[in-house]
Design a protein around this ligand. Structure first.
Ligand code: DON
Length: 304
């Protein structure tokens, strides 16, 4: 597979798309990123790394963290996770509160904010510092000990967390929150504020396409069935309420974040991560979706 040529071609063609999106500004610190940046990395199961553009620039992983936090929680509590969080696409915005009332405080899935807060609650219950445990987990998966959260982004997010507080208190009123809301929101905000590059995120996601094992170290992260289930969740719930269109165009399980990153996995072959901070109306990187669509078209490789 000539990944270097495909990446060069995508990079050469992506220019016009970089200006069409809007950088997330509801967390002020996220708005400080230049709109016209683009990076993409592919890491194969054999450990080959291919990169283009700003693939080594660390950006805010935001909701991509929900995938890895969910892997941690799923590994800890197994199927009992589904007593507290569903596994259906929401069809509503990632920060929407509407379903929580009619569905008795049980979020639709772990990749919308409400579901991720339940996952954080599980991690806060289990670890003295859930945010540090999360950072450690990301360091292990990507093999880079310098990965950390960006305190300025975390604080900026905390100051603009009214909706997340509302969701967490609302879920607490249904008995679906065990730890103090402040503790959970703090851990969640720091987890979202972790800064990683495309190369690091692609490395970190490889275990999902490798039956739960990190290919470079042989470390088992989760069992084979759980890896399959998490990948299925990425496919059905990983790109907000645009997931149908995303899967139609790209054909890979993926998780996006409002920092402009999208990580995608081709089981048994590779993980890819693209970053471009201009977002579409759903909160997915506009150029990122185009780039992944081009990748699966050029390579002829997707799930289907
Ligand atoms: O909770 C928030 O608003 C963000 N830190 C997470 C944003 C994000 O990427 C959207 N998520 N599903």
């Amino acid at each position: 597979m000539n990944y270097p040529r495909f990446l060069e071609q995508i990079h050469a063609d992506i220019g016009p798309w970089l200006e069409k999106g809007r950088v997330a500004d509801y967390i002020p610190e996220l708005a400080n990123v230049p709109l016209k940046t683009f990076g993409m990395a592919i890491v194969t199961m054999a450990g080959d790394v291919f990169r283009v553009g700003d693939a080594d620039y660390r950006f805010s992983i935001q909701s991509i963290s929900k995938l890895f936090a969910c892997a941690m929680a799923f590994g800890l509590v197994g199927d009992s996770l589904w007593l507290r969080v569903g596994r259906e696409p929401s069809g509503t915005a990632f920060n929407s509160l509407v379903q929580l009332e009619s569905e008795n405080g049980k979020p639709r899935n772990p990749f919308i904010n409400a579901g991720a807060l339940v996952v954080s609650d599980i991690l806060c219950r289990r670890f003295v510092s859930a945010e540090n445990a999360f950072v450690e987990f990301m360091r292990r998966l990507s093999g880079d000990k310098t990965i950390d959260y960006d305190l300025r982004v975390a604080e900026s997010e905390l100051r603009h967390s009214h909706r997340n507080y509302a969701m967490a208190h609302f879920m607490a009123s249904f008995g679906n929150m065990n730890m103090p809301v402040e503790v959970v929101i703090n851990a969640y905000s720091r987890q979202c504020a972790v800064a990683m590059s495309c190369v690091e995120l692609a490395k970190a996601a490889l275990f999902l396409g490798n039956q739960g094992i990190v290919p470079s170290t042989g470390e088992r992260v989760i069992d084979e069935t759980s890896a399959k289930r998490l990948s299925a969740l990425m496919l059905t719930c990983g790109t907000y309420d645009a997931v149908g269109d995303f899967v139609y165009r790209v054909g890979l399980p993926a998780k996006s974040g409002v920092g402009g990153g999208i990580v995608a996995v081709l089981p048994g072959e590779m993980a890819a991560c693209v970053w471009s901070p201009g977002l579409d109306n759903y909160g997915n990187s506009l150029a990122g979706v185009v780039a992944l669509e081009r990748l699966t078209t050029l390579t002829g490789r997707s799930l289907f």
